[in-house]
Design a protein around this ligand. Structure first.
Ligand code: GLC
Length: 427
């Protein structure tokens, strides 16, 4: 088994749990056309203000969210405490641009943390390094005012050191006021993105070293991501909206990683987005991730009312139903030491080997090098036996396979499970 680079934070829960819920929630739920809407449409503060003035998610029920996440098999959660728009979901002392000043008038984060903890989930915070509202955040390539004719001039009065201190102050609140925080997802760095003379931002701008020192001081166990432009400080890597085909390596060394994904093409609630993934894709993404030694953080973008959209609930139900019978092949599992047959993914947990069959073959599944190594084989979903090496000699001859191949005999019809899993108990 691969041994990933050791972490500064406590990775024990992280590598066991494998599957978490990402939540992107903010003012952008109101325009409902992507969390980057302020940047994409170059909206001024003034024209973005109606979303603040109308933010009133009266149906917000964090207990219900937490129950839904737990039932979907998610073992941890990461919520946007502040996204790039700068709006804060908690009652911070350092800005008025926060939920308690909207018509809703109440902190969203404290009840959230309580509710998810009560359901047994580990808690993570997402914190945006970018801030398209803070008056000291210099205008850059992603800022809504990037094409303003006076952008460079306006930057002269913006003081990044003031903003960096603001971030440290907020981080102190987030990592002090809500008990133990298990994961921190800072987002993101782009030091080389120069736009019309406006520089990008990286470790020198965020003052990443100071920020990390503070984070480690306040929450020594926290698992910190890799987007602060400070590679040595990262506990885990965050491939986004892709499915890595193999374990992520940095400088030749395997590292812990967590891929974040959306149900459709937006993180924030997007009313008209139609690229929702199929049940089969959803399950295969989870399986493929664990088979490559990673975690999956699957995103929900709650609506402006404070609810999970029906399409998100349907997608979560896919995970719920599949994990209800197949979770042994996910929790506590990692990449297997064995090679997967075509159209399959293997995960392993000690003596248990799990073959996930992505495309249903005709009768036989062939596992290289395993013929004498397996004690018992069964479907995970119904515990029914799968016969091993039960193929007649003449057929075996016709097959022309190496002698050490384990031959499993499968039913002709694929069982009624999105992705069937075969559990092999090794000798
Ligand atoms: C990105 C995007 C963003 C999203 C995040 C999730 O960097 O800026 O909107 O929050 O990735 O990983």
């Amino acid at each position: 088994m691969l041994k990933p680079k050791p972490t500064s934070g406590d990775s024990s829960w992280f590598t066991h749990n494998r599957f978490g819920m990402f939540i992107h929630w903010g003012l952008y739920a109101l325009p409902a056309r992507h969390e980057w809407v302020k940047s994409r449409e170059e909206i001024s503060d003034e024209n973005y203000q109606p979303y603040f003035d109308h933010f009133n998610p009266t149906l917000y029920d964090p207990q219900q969210w937490a129950r839904t996440a737990r039932e979907a098999g998610m073992k941890y959660v990461v919520i946007t405490t502040k996204h790039h728009e700068g709006f804060c979901l908690w009652d911070t002392h350092y800005t008025d641009y926060k939920v308690t000043n909207t018509p809703y008038g109440k902190d969203l984060i404290a009840p959230f943390v309580d509710a998810f903890r009560a359901e047994g989930l580990h808690i993570g915070f997402y914190y945006s390094l970018l801030d398209w509202h803070h008056p000291d955040f210099p205008i850059d390539v992603y800022h809504p005012l990037r094409n303003h004719p006076d952008a460079a001039e306006m930057n002269k009065s913006r003081d990044m050191t003031v903003y960096a201190e603001y971030m440290r102050n907020q981080m102190r609140e987030l990592l002090t006021n809500f008990g133990q925080i298990d994961e921190l997802f800072c987002d993101f760095s782009y030091p080389d993105r120069v736009y019309q003379g406006l520089p990008g931002k990286g470790r020198a701008d965020w003052e990443s070293e100071k920020l990390v020192k503070l984070i480690r001081e306040l929450q020594p166990k926290i698992m910190l991501n890799n987007r602060l432009d400070l590679p040595d400080a990262a506990d885990f890597y965050t491939p986004e909206q892709i499915q890595p085909p193999s374990w992520i390596h940095i400088n030749g060394q395997p590292v812990l990683w967590e891929t974040c994904q959306t149900f459709s093409g937006s993180w924030g609630y997007h009313r008209d987005e139609e690229t929702w993934k199929s049940p089969s894709q959803l399950i295969r993404m989870l399986v493929n991730t664990v088979a490559c030694g990673g975690n999956l953080l699957m995103n929900v973008g709650p609506t402006a009312r404070g609810t999970f959209d029906q399409r998100a609930l349907d997608a979560l139900a896919v995970y719920r139903d599949w994990l209800a019978v197949n979770s042994d092949s996910i929790y506590g599992c990692t990449q297997s030491e064995f090679t997967a047959p075509p159209d399959c993914r293997l995960t392993q947990n000690g003596k248990k080997l799990y073959a996930h069959v992505f495309a249903w073959p005709f009768i036989h599944l062939l596992l290289a090098g395993l013929t004498d190594r397996v004690e018992y084989a069964q479907f995970l979903h119904d515990g029914s036996e799968i016969l091993m090496n039960a193929i007649p000699d003449w057929q075996l001859e016709h097959m022309q396979i190496p002698q050490d191949t384990l031959v499993l005999t499968l039913p002709i019809k694929k069982p009624n499970v999105v992705v069937p899993v075969i559990e092999l108990t090794l000798k």
